[in-house]
Design a protein around this ligand. Structure first.
Ligand code: IPM
Ligand code: MG
Length: 360
């Protein structure tokens, strides 16, 4: 099978970690008889440097022509990078928001898993993490505060800024369905997170989610307020299977969930639309402070490539092969600096990629 994959290497550690994921994909191709056709796409700071803007229309077109896109990370250090002297609509992040909207990537899946081998890195007490945890944050990605009307103006001599939060029932229903579909393949529990004690948009969210739940009698639905959810994530993370939530809450809670695993360098993510197309990227950021040093952990990007094989190409066996190889590298004792602990063998980005390839 020919896999037509767009690649956004991005900024910071992006190019290093994506190169390793491409190497792993090529290795999978070699073993299982596929060929990967990679199309390089520029986005974020890398695009600003060349084109003056973080995402061009040609790049959007080229991305749409691919079957899936693998991405590193975008953005730089806001206090030192010249990209942040530009107006907000021209900064690296604007490119990311634009590609999400243009490709209609409304469903963002962010798994947060406590790896047995990496339990030591988890900041929570052992009595809380005993038995591990494995949750999927399902974040709505093309609506809400991120894409509402905003303005900054002087009203009656007072500077006033406004951001509006809008959701319609169609947007809520389609992400809710995705959440329940995923739950059916997991432990069949959905925790829908909102702020229904204050917000109208959350009250509509809750109503529509309850309607969708009727079509999934096997799935248990629980509603939780977002502030409580922030607490529960550190108090008892095992209670969660699928967390279904809107854009801004999902942004915040997914960072919290990844942090409690203690190993953000291991967490993949996928952003999907109604077709098989997806954008796959590590959950972590561009880490400009360690860029170019060859020490970044490529595993999250490599696992994102596995998600891509699974969701966009239906290549489950190949995705399993990558995930197993990552598991074996860990059990063989290899670690990048971010997940290093005593008695383990410390390796760099390229070596980690090689070790995973050897096990496929
Ligand atoms: C994320 C990031 C982005 C977001 C930023 C970079 C715009 O934090 O993917 O979670 O807020 O969605
Ligand atoms: Mg975020």
């Amino acid at each position: 099978m020919q896999l037509n994959i767009g690649v956004i290497k991005g900024d910071g550690i992006g190019p290093e970690i994506v190169t390793e994921a491409m190497k792993v994909l090529d290795r999978v191709g070699e073993v299982y008889g596929h060929s990967c056709e990679f199309t390089q796409l520029l986005m974020g700071g890398a695009s600003i440097d060349v084109n003056g803007i973080p995402l061009t229309d040609e790049t959007i077109k080229a991305a749409k022509a691919c079957e899936a896109v693998l991405m590193g990370s975008i953005g730089g250090d806001a206090s030192t990078s010249p990209w942040y002297q530009l107006e907000p609509s021209k900064r690296p992040e604007a490119g990311l928001l634009k590609i999400r909207k243009e490709l209609n990537l409304f469903a963002n899946l962010r798994p947060a898993v406590l790896y047995d081998e990496l339990k030591g890195a988890c900041p929570l007490k052992e009595e809380i993490t005993a038995g591990g945890f494995d949750m999927m944050i399902m974040r709505e990605l093309t609506g809400g505060l991120y894409f509402g009307e905003r303005s900054t103006e002087e009203i009656g001599g007072v500077m006033t800024a406004k951001d509006s939060l809008t959701y319609n029932e169609v947007e809520i229903r389609r992400i809710a369905k995705r959440g329940f579909d995923i739950a059916m393949k997991r432990r069949k529990k959905v925790t829908s997170v909102d702020k229904a004690n204050v917000l109208d948009s959350s009250r509509l969210w809750r109503k529509v989610v309850a309607e969708v739940a009727q079509d999934y009698p096997e799935v248990t639905l629980e509603n939780m307020l977002v502030d409580n959810c922030a607490m529960q994530l550190v108090k008892d993370p095992k209670q969660f299977d699928v967390i279904l939530t809107e854009n801004m809450f999902g942004d915040i809670l997914s960072d919290e969930a990844s942090m409690v695993t203690g190993s953000i360098g291991m967490l993949a993510s996928a952003s999907l639309n109604e077709t098989k197309f997806g954008l796959y990227e590590p959950s972590g950021g561009s880490a400009p402070d360690i860029a170019g040093q060859g020490i970044a952990n490529p595993i999250a990007t490599i696992l994102s490539a596995a998600m891509m094989l699974r969701f966009s190409f239906d290549l489950d066996k190949e995705a399993d092969a990558i995930e197993h190889a990552v598991g074996r590298v860990l059990s063989d004792g290899y670690r990048t600096g971010d997940i290093m602990s005593e008695g383990k063998k410390k390796v760099g980005t390229v070596q980690m990629g090689d070790l995973i390839c050897e096990r496929i």
